[in-house]
Design a protein around this ligand. Structure first.
Ligand code: ARG
Ligand code: ZN
Length: 497
């Protein structure tokens, strides 16, 4: 509100006054975080990004990255300045064409002060020029930029962007992307979505990728290296693009025997989750030593380690399931991680059943029985695990157990309607665990507060009576380990950063 005392006689000027921007005193700095209690400084306040245009150049030998990021955003309040999350060295920032001043602050804040304050609800174009050696930059003592023998990859959760582009780094602010990367001839640059074109000049090849549906920052990926690229289509006609490092050694065959089944597995998951939500799909397997895989939107990151014991379609199912549960429908806050990991893990249980390696019920029985009541496993609440346990095994296994409990409570018809209806209900948006509960209640017509409370929020093992009511652990006290178990368990092979 801009209240002013208007002196008599100044009335004629008053209408003029109202037409010019409010005084700078009314404009406040945007918050350094988006308001996520798990990670108070992740994301920022005061604006909403619609598009990132990243134009980069990378030299694998020296790990030097330089680039220009053009960010299209809209203010959500009157702003005197705002933050971006970023770690590389910035040489210039322009806001709506005019040079802005900038400074670093905290662990990963780039504080931008535009020459003129920005009024609420107006479009803003921010251009950031930068360079740096990403592997030398750390925040909170870690880096998630991984160099490989012939390149590098950016793929991590919940943070990956700081090392290669300035952003509003939180899933709440999804945007579309054009990622254009020049690399030395003979090297490839891989990112999300479709490869629009390539061009070559003076020893450098430029790859222009476009991801045209809303995408969270942590799901935006970059892989540079020497890859063998394969193409195909799903039965619905979605182009499949996969990439394998030329240096996968012993893991090469198993990696291809798994990831080449992407199209078939998308078709299979479509039966449960509805139409595939994006215009491209595939994965890449670089020669990294990092153990996990990540559901980077449309172009999944797989560690070669996932294939060290032979082919593994289970991990492909897990990451593909995330395209619906996590990528299309993203979490509102990091505490909502169960919607991502509980359902991606449950998809692996369904695949196990399909492959005759153990039914979802058998897997649920096994999880329930194999953790005694005093196991710390049961202290993790999948519905709000806390930042330190965000990727704990319990979020996955107890999380999938909660899904089985829901299935048994509402019955298969309602359960599979919920499974398929959810991505449609929140397509390209964000949703929370309580939104999920409300949706499941609406579709099933059953109150589910006590079921969700027991399986997602209780910091102890649900009693046998609760388990019987929810019909998990209905078999013997010591059920056999399903054949799919080892591969399923290897999927969240999480090593810290
Ligand atoms: N969402 C990933 C998965 O598919 C988990 C990756 C976590 N890894 C990490 N280093 N933060 O299970
Ligand atoms: Zn996952």
């Amino acid at each position: 509100m801009h209240r002013r005392l208007i002196a008599p006689g100044a009335l004629a000027a008053a209408s003029l006054l109202l037409a010019i921007p409010a005084s700078a005193a009314d404009y406040q700095p945007g918050a350094p975080g988006i308001g996520d209690p798990y990670y108070p400084y992740y994301g920022n306040g005061g604006y909403d990004v619609s598009h990132y245009d990243l134009r980069l150049k990378y030299q694998p030998q020296s790990d030097e990255l330089e680039g220009t990021a053009t960010i299209l955003a809209r203010t959500t309040r009157d702003l005197s300045r705002f933050d971006l999350d970023f770690l590389l060295d910035v040489s210039e920032v322009r806001v709506n064409g005019a040079k802005a001043t900038f400074a670093t602050s905290g662990q990963h804040e780039l504080v931008v002060t535009p020459a003129t304050p920005l009024p609420k609800d107006t479009p803003v174009t921010v251009v950031v020029r930068y360079s740096g050696v990403p592997s030398t930059k750390s925040a909170y003592g870690f880096t998630t930029w991984h160099r490989t023998p012939d390149g590098a990859i950016a793929a991590d959760e919940p943070e990956a962007a700081w090392w290669w582009f300035p952003s509003n780094d939180h899933p709440l602010d999804k945007a579309t992307y054009d990622v254009s990367v020049a690399v030395p001839d003979g090297t490839q640059a891989i990112s999300n979505g479709r490869l629009q074109s390539t061009s070559s000049k003076l020893g450098w090849t430029r790859y222009n990728w476009r991801s045209g549906k809303p995408q969270a920052t942590y799901l935006t990926t970059l892989a540079i290296g020497k890859f063998d690229i394969t193409t195909g289509t799903t039965s619905a006609g979605v182009p499949v693009v996969n990439a394998y490092s030329k240096d996968l050694g012993d893991n090469d065959g198993a990696a291809r025997a798994s990831v080449e089944r992407t199209g078939e597995l998308v078709d299979w998951l479509t039966g449960y989750f509805g139409p595939y939500p994006f215009d491209s799909v595939g994965g890449y397997v670089p020669n990294t030593t990092t153990g996990y895989a990540l559901e980077t939107q449309t172009r999944i990151y797989y560690s070669p380690k996932q294939f060290a014991n032979g082919s593994n379609t289970s991990v492909v199912v897990h990451e593909l399931a995330h395209q619906w549960y996590g990528d299309d429908v993203s979490l509102k806050g990091w505490k909502d991680i169960w919607i991502n990991e509980g359902f991606a893990r449950y998809a692996q249980w369904l695949w196990s059943e399909h492959e005759g390696e153990g039914t979802a019920q058998e897997l649920a029985d096994y999880v329930y029985a194999s953790h005694p009541a005093d196991d710390a496993f049961w202290t993790v609440r999948p519905g709000d695990p806390g930042p330190d346990n965000q990727f704990d095994t319990a979020v996955y296994d107890r999380g999938a157990l909660a899904v089985q409990a829901l299935r048994n409570e509402v019955g298969d018809e309602a359960f599979f309607a919920i499974l398929k209806g959810w991505p449609k209900e929140h397509a390209y948006g964000n949703a929370s665990v309580s939104d999920f509960q409300a949706y499941a209640e609406k579709v099933s017509g059953k109150p589910l507060a006590s079921l969700f409370g027991t399986w997602l929020f209780q910091p102890s093992k649900p009693a046998a009576s609760a388990a019987r009511t929810a019909a998990v652990a209905r078999a013997s006290a010591a059920p056999a380990r399903p054949r799919s178990w080892t591969k399923i368990a290897a999927t969240n092979d999480v090593h810290g950063h």
